[in-house]
Design a protein. Structure first.
Length: 239
C-alpha cells in the first residue's frame, strides 16, 4: 500500500508508511494502520485523510539508472541534432528527464526520472550527494600533483576542493585517478584538472551516492528499486 501511495505521487514511500501508522489511510472505507497491505488499483479504493487517491499511469514515478556512453547529450532536445540520452530509453511513454548533466564527452552514471521532487533533492547543493569520477589524463600525474589537487584549486567561479582524490596509475603518457566531489558545477572535474595543467583524455562518473554502474553496460539502463529510492530520500531527509 505504501508503494501505491508513493506511485500516486502523494508522498514518498517512507512518509506513506508514517501516514499509515498514524491511521490516516483507509482501504475500501476501513482504516489500515499496518504497512504491507496489498491493494489492487483497479478494485480497491484507497483514501488518505479522507481523500481518495487516483492512480494515473502517466504520472507514475519512474527513475532509471543509465550508463551514458560518450557522444550523447544530456538534454531533452539539441539544435545540432546530436544523439540524446532519451534515445536510449525511448520505449517509455513517460517523459523522463536527466537529473543534472554529463557533457557529451563524459560517460557514466546518469539518473533519468519523471520525479521532480527527487530530481530537485539530488541536484540541490545542500544535500551534498557524493559523485565519484574515473579520470584519464594526458601525461604523468605525480604525487606532487595529487597533493595540489587534494588541497584544492581556484576556478573562475570559486575555490574547488575534492572530498577525496586517489592516484591509480601514473605513466609517462597517461595517468589514471579517481576523484570524489559533492558539488555539481559545470564541467568542474575537467576544470580542476586543467587548473593543474592537465588535459582530460577520458572521464566517467562511476558512482552517485551509493549507486554504481555494476551490471549495467554502456548504453543500457536499469530501473531503481524501491529500497534504493527510499535510501536516496533518506540521505536528503535524514530526520
Amino acid at each position: 500500500m505504501q508503494k501505491y501511495i508513493a506511485d500516486c505521487g502523494l508522498t514518498s514511500r517512507r512518509r506513506a508508511e508514517a501516514l499509515i501508522a498514524r491511521g490516516l489511510v483507509a482501504v475500501n472505507g476501513k482504516i489500515v494502520s499496518e504497512p504491507g497491505v496489498k491493494v489492487d488499483p483497479e478494485v480497491d479504493q484507497v483514501a488518505v485523510e479522507g481523500k481518495r487517491l487516483e492512480f494515473n499511469p502517466a504520472t507514475a514515478k519512474i527513475t532509471l539508472l543509465l550508463h551514458k556512453p560518450v557522444g550523447y547529450v544530456s538534454t531533452m532536445s539539441d539544435p545540432q541534432n546530436r544523439p540524446l540520452v532519451k534515445d536510449l530509453y525511448k520505449n517509455f511513454k513517460e517523459r523522463l528527464f536527466p537529473v543534472g548533466r554529463l557533457d557529451i564527452n563524459t560517460s557514466g552514471l546518469l539518473l533519468c526520472t519523471n520525479d521532480g521532487a527527487l530530481a530537485n533533492q539530488l541536484m540541490h547543493p545542500r544535500y551534498k550527494f557524493e559523485k565519484e569520477y574515473r579520470i584519464t589524463v594526458n601525461g604523468k600525474f605525480a604525487e606532487k600533483d595529487l597533493k595540489l589537487l587534494r588541497q584544492g584549486v581556484e576556478l573562475e567561479d570559486g575555490f574547488a576542493k575534492p572530498l577525496r582524490a586517489e592516484l591509480i596509475r601514473s605513466e609517462k603518457r597517461r595517468s589514471l585517478l579517481t576523484l570524489v566531489i559533492a558539488e555539481g558545477r559545470n564541467r568542474q572535474v575537467r576544470r580542476m584538472l586543467r587548473a593543474l595543467d592537465f588535459q582530460v583524455a577520458a572521464l566517467a562518473r562511476i558512482r552517485l551516492a551509493f549507486l554504481t554502474l555494476d551490471g549495467v553496460k554502456k548504453g543500457a539502463w536499469r530501473r531503481l528499486r524501491a529500497a534504493e529510492l527510499e535510501r536516496l530520500r533518506m540521505l536528503a531527509n535524514p530526520e
